[in-house]
Design a binder for this molecule. Structure first.
Ligand SMILES: Nc1ncnc2c1ncn2[C@@H]1O[C@H](COP(=O)(O)OP(=O)(O)OP(=O)(O)O)[C@@H](O)[C@H]1O
Ligand SMILES: [Mg+2]
Length: 639
């Protein structure tokens, strides 16, 4: 299998800037990291002391149990702390054993504290802080960002990839510092025991560094594309869950299963490739790190024989090593090799965390397209005059969806927008609260370009009923009060009454406290839309945008809502995407869109007088004579 290619190879070269950025991110937690390092240092020292005591114990026993043909050499107690000469051999050994056990107990205790502290620092601080930073950034990003990125990929970044940054702290930064510290301590200790033996044993170490560097270069692209493949898998899964009705309705379960399995297979193959690399690399580094054992046994064994054969203690110290010293040396060498072999884990964590961090930074760096000059003057109480001045807009600038749109909605008036599907009605409305910015021209409110009005101010003055209303998993009350959480219960009920929602709400078992399921799936489409209307009305907005608000509502209820809305619309500039003649008739201005251009504009009466789209659309809704006759006949029969 070849090295899996990533779609994003350009970013691979930028490793150092990424590392620098991660370090800057971790710098905020430097004191916490310092504590972690201090704890590690304490653990390391206790480990060293334990090891030293083990060697001392062996040498003490060896001293008190002389072997025939060799001279006994007294053990070397550290810091001149030898026990009184009157102590028996048993007391000497017991003293060493008690010290050993005490250090071991202290080490276990410190280890437990270390685990709790590291978890608190990383999971409780680093991850939580970063996650909320990413989440806050997501709130500021424009619709364009969400258009371009699948929701599954965004969720993966907020949940999974943020963890990668955590693993940069504990799996890379802390580990590298521990590695450097412990290697230095082991090295100094080993050099103190026997310099030549140390150099001989460590001759294979450069081989390890070389192998590690090769491994890192090889697996990094694979980790990158692995995250992308995982995004695809999550996308298939989330689309399948969201579109469960469609999948079942069209009996496409088998195809969906095949699609998901394919996505899973791709992730698995990719992971398998990485594991194969690891399975070659780790034993290789393990083997290289154990090569020094051969040197230890041969050269170290020789040094012990020299030590034993020496006539006295002074000659022995110059000629070689005691059994205890060799034991300590072997322990140190083993720990040293273990740490060096750990480089492979660090390299692996590093690659994973760099890929994760890169994906998190992509969100943090995503440009906030819709922004306002911070010095922009707030929008005072507005009259609600909305003007489109020669507006052209395209989701991609090169393919305009709206062209040269110019019209004006006078304060308190109702503008109806009519047009075939895809003609740009929803797009036109989305330019008023600046979900997107115009490509050229301007949208003005009371003569001020919306781009020069603070965004929260602008959106606070505009109430919106979207074409597809989204409700949150919360109570009905909270959903209606979403834009105005401090609204009184009376105000909420008033808005619900106007939206013809009050009656069905009080009929529900828990009334306004009824919990809605995700997306309001325990309501009908029409009920959801009525809640959305109530939610917009509660804001008491100066400008009200309603994108086909009664599309999923029966004609009877629609006329009920529209009548109540007539009073609610008083004093507000309303933009209403509508198709029904009864609604269009009430509008002060009807704008007819045709493939992104204004085809006609005027009042119902004016438009009916001229031949064009409007008259044609209206004619389709006027019942013909035959249906009126049928209606008359059935009414006569009924009476
Ligand atoms: N987020 C988007 N990204 C790219 N193109 C889009 C996006 N939303 C809409 N479009 C395109 O812009 C055009 C106008 O879409 P719009 O939603 O404004 O139509 P509409 O008049 O509201 O239609 P409908 O009556 O079906 O709601 C369509 O061709 C559509 O494909
Ligand atoms: Mg639309």
């Amino acid at each position: 299998m070849t090295v899996p290619e990533s779609k994003n190879n350009g970013a691979q070269r930028a490793v150092w800037p990424l590392i620098r950025r991660l370090i800057a991110l971790v710098w905020v937690y430097r004191w916490g990291c310092l504590c972690v390092i201090a704890l590690q240092l304490a653990l390391l020292s206790l480990g060293m002391l334990g090891l030293g005591l083990t060697g001392l114990g062996v040498d003490t026993i060896r001293y008190h149990l002389p072997v025939a043909g060799t001279s006994a050499k007294p053990p070397l107690w550290p810091f001149g702390l030898s026990p009184p000469a009157a102590w028996s051999p048993i007391a000497n050994v017991a003293c060493v054993t008690v010290g050993l056990l005490a250090f071991a107990a202290l080490r276990s205790l410190l280890n437990a504290f270390y685990t709790v502290y590291v978890n608190h620092l990383l999971q409780g601080k680093v991850v939580v802080d970063l996650r909320s930073r990413v989440y806050r950034k997501l709130q500021r990003l424009s619709f364009r960002f969400f258009d371009a990125n699948a929701s599954g990929a965004i969720i993966n970044r907020v949940t999974g990839d943020v963890q990668a940054v955590r693993s940069f702290v504990d799996g890379v930064v802390v580990q590298i510092l521990i590695l450097a510290l412990s290697l230095a301590v082991y090295l100094v200790y080993m050099l103190r025991i026997h310099a030549v033996l140390t150099l001989a044993c460590l001759a294979t170490t450069p081989l390890l560094w070389f192998t590690t560097a090769r491994f890192s270069r090889r697996v990094r692209p694979a980790y990158n594309s692995n995250r992308e493949l995982f995004d695809d898998q999550v996308r298939v899964l989330s689309e399948n869950i969201q579109g469960a009705h469609v999948v079942k309705g069209f009996a496409r379960q088998q195809e969906q299963i095949a699609l998901f399995e394919k996505a899973s297979r791709l992730v698995r193959d990719q992971k398998r490739w990485i594991f194969r690399q690891i399975s070659v690399f780790q034993p290789l580094t393990g083997f290289f790190s154990q090569l020094n054992l051969v040197v230890l046994i041969a050269f170290g064994g020789y040094l012990v024989v020299c030590y034993e054969k020496a006539p006295d203690a002074a000659a022995a110290a110059a000629a070689g090593l005691s059994v205890g010293q060799l034991l300590v040396f072997a322990g140190l060498l083993q720990q040293f090799s273990g740490q060096v072999a750990n480089v492979s884990n660090i390299a692996d964590s590093m690659q994973q965390s760099l890929i994760g961090a890169q994906r998190v930074f992509e969100i943090l760096d995503a440009p906030v397209e819709i922004r306002t000059d911070p010095a922009a003057a707030p929008l005072p109480a507005i009259r609600g005059r909305v003007e489109f001045r020669n507006v052209t807009f395209g989701y991609k600038p090169e393919t305009p969806v709206l062209r040269n749109i110019s019209f004006c909605a006078e304060p308190g008036r109702c503008v109806a927008i009519l047009g075939a599907t895809g003609s740009g009605k929803s797009t036109l409305l989305s330019l008023i609260p600046r979900f997107y910015d115009v490509t050229s021209g301007a949208v003005l409110i009371d003569g001020r370009d919306v781009r020069n009005v603070p965004l929260d101010d602008l959106r606070g003055k505009v109430g919106i009923v979207f074409q597809e209303s989204f409700l949150f998993s919360n109570t009905i009350l909270a959903n209606i009060a979403f834009g105005h959480p401090e609204a009184t219960r009376e105000a909420v009920e008033r808005a619900a009454r106007i939206a013809a929602a009050h009656d069905f709400i009080v009929d529900m078992p828990d009334g306004y406290e009824t919990m809605l399921r995700e997306g309001g799936s325990n309501l009908s489409g029409g009920q959801r839309q009525r809640l959305a209307i109530a939610r917009a009305l509660l804001l008491d907005p100066a400008i009200l945008l309603m994108d086909d608000p009664t599309a999923a509502i029966d004609p009877g209820t629609e006329s009920e809502i529209m009548q109540a809305m007539t009073s609610a619309m008083q004093g507000r500039t309303t933009f209403l995407v509508a198709h029904r003649l009864s609604t269009l008739r009430r509008a002060d201005l009807v704008v007819v869109l045709d493939r992104g251009r204004i085809a006609q504009a005027g009042t119902h009466d004016e438009l009916m007088r001229s031949f064009g789209h409007y008259r044609h659309a209206a004619a389709l809704q006027i019942p013909d004579r035959r249906s009126l006759l049928l209606l008359g006949e059935s009414e006569n029969t009924a009476s």
